[in-house]
Design a protein around this ligand. Structure first.
Ligand code: GUN
Ligand code: ZN
Length: 435
């Protein structure tokens, strides 16, 4: 089936942190994106391409909208959807009082599937077409999520959480079962359709040395399989890691010691990383997921983004909602928080930089920029269509937007799920906002 969308298209051909905006950002007014067999078959001026369309193409015109690559959420916990907005704690207490209680419910597959459905439909309502997702310790939690994602042909990355200590017994695996269950899921799901499996130690404090060793062995066995975890989110967490791994110089050294720092290893947060640790990320090719709504919500601190992405030892960084510590499925709202985080370090984030992080930058961080994150011929056809006048306030405010940069900035500061008019996955419209 062929589909086409017509409207203004925004994508990135370079990195706006390292190149001038006019060189990295590509904006085409009144363009046509033609999608066929799940990919972008053509993209160019509507006036030129419209006459080439055959009558079987389903064409949708989006005047006064912006067509973007689908958003990419580099770090999110789907089982925590039901415990978003849990009051009053910082990371370690929050995990014990809320997270570890909620995650026990995922022993029930029916419950897991239901939450997976809610989670994926919220992502689509927000124009998110790829997530790098944590399940719970239960293999079935990932099985349910990946089954539901496959029904809509989503490009998704997900893994079963591995943890064998410092959590309730009902949530613990062992070094061996973590290895075996993760391995079985890799064989069943990695590269099946658009799914990828992600080796997922929760974070260093909840895995024993033996478990990290087994997961390092698994990672070595499957060098192209991504890895996800957490690092350096909270000061008490960092002190705990120091006490648990006295032989390691710092937090990043723990993951490095077990072979878990490498390309396509994506670590949430990294707020308090030292220069030496950032250097290890750079040298190993590992990346960071910046999760600003979560960092503000848990009082963890705020990432100095420019310190990570600039300089001569840059680290690839994507954006993560980190639900349920994160407070919104909306990548626009997450960009809003990223702006606030950058401001708290005295360095604003431009709209181009924020939209890059939420699209192509995220794809780079996950190692999938050859597949998604850009609107270009040959890329997989995942798109988000934004209505630039989605609320009465935005309708009014946009009258005074003088240029594209200002229009984009207004969207990321004032927009949310209501701005997403439609979402396309593999060339198919999977969500359309009611008029
Ligand atoms: N560190 C270890 N587990 C988690 C989690 O579920 N959420 C967040 N924000 N940090 C973590
Ligand atoms: Zn997280």
């Amino acid at each position: 089936m062929k589909t086409a969308v017509r409207g203004d298209v925004l994508t990135f051909r370079g990195n706006p942190f390292r190149e001038a905006e006019q060189d990295s950002l590509a904006f085409q007014r009144d363009a046509l994106v033609v999608m066929e067999n799940g990919r972008i078959a053509a993209c160019g001026p509507a006036a030129k391409l419209l006459p080439t369309l055959t009558p079987d193409v389903r064409l949708t015109h989006y005047p006064e909208h912006l067509i973007l690559p689908g958003f990419i959420d580099c770090h999110v916990h789907y089982p925590q959807t039901e415990m978003m907005a849990a009051f009053g704690e910082q990371l370690l207490d929050w995990l014990h009082h809320y997270t570890f209680v909620t995650e026990q419910g995922f022993a029930d597959e029916v419950h897991a599937r239901e939450v997976a459905q809610v989670f994926l439909s919220e992502q689509l309502r927000n124009g998110v077409t790829t997530g790098c997702v944590f399940g719970t310790v239960h293999s079935a939690s990932v099985e349910m999520l990946l089954q539901e994602a496959a029904r809509i042909d989503l490009r998704i990355l997900a893994g079963k959480v591995c943890m064998d200590r410092h959590a309730p017994d009902a949530l613990l695996d062992t070094p061996l079962t973590a290895y075996e269950d993760s391995r079985a899921l890799i064989q069943r799901w990695h590269g099946r359709g658009r799914a990828e499996y992600v080796i997922t130690p929760r974070f260093a404090p909840t895995s024993s040395h033996g478990q990290l060793e087994m997961l390092g062995a698994l990672a070595a066995e499957f060098p192209d399989v991504p890895i996800q975890s957490h690092i350096s989110e909270n000061l008490d967490e960092i002190a705990w890691v120091k006490a648990l791994f006295p032989g390691c110089r710092d937090y990043a050294s723990v993951y490095q010691r077990y072979g878990l720092l490498r390309p396509r290893a994506v670590y949430g947060h990294g707020i308090h990383l030292s220069d030496a640790e950032l250097e290890m990320f750079h040298a190993s090719g590992a990346s960071l997921a910046h999760c600003p709504t979560s960092n503000f919500f848990l009082g963890s601190g705020s990432l100095d983004l420019r310190r990570c992405v600039l300089g001569d030892r840059p680290v690839a960084v994507g954006l993560g909602t980190d639900l349920g510590a994160g407070t919104s499925f909306s990548m626009l709202q997450t960009m809003n928080a990223a702006y606030m985080a950058a401001q708290s370090h005295g360095k604003p984030l431009s709209a181009a930089q924020a939209f890059y992080l939420a699209t192509r930058g995220g794809a780079e961080a996950l190692g999938i920029a050859d597949k998604v994150g850009s609107v270009a011929v040959g890329m997989e056809a995942d798109l988000a269509v934004l209505n630039l006048r989605s609320t009465p306030l935005l309708d009014f405010r946009m009258r005074y937007a003088r240029d594209l940069s200002e229009a984009l900035f207004v969207q990321m500061m004032l927009g949310d799920d209501r701005a997403v008019a439609a979402t396309y996955v593999a060339g198919r419209e999977v969500y359309r906002r009611a008029a």
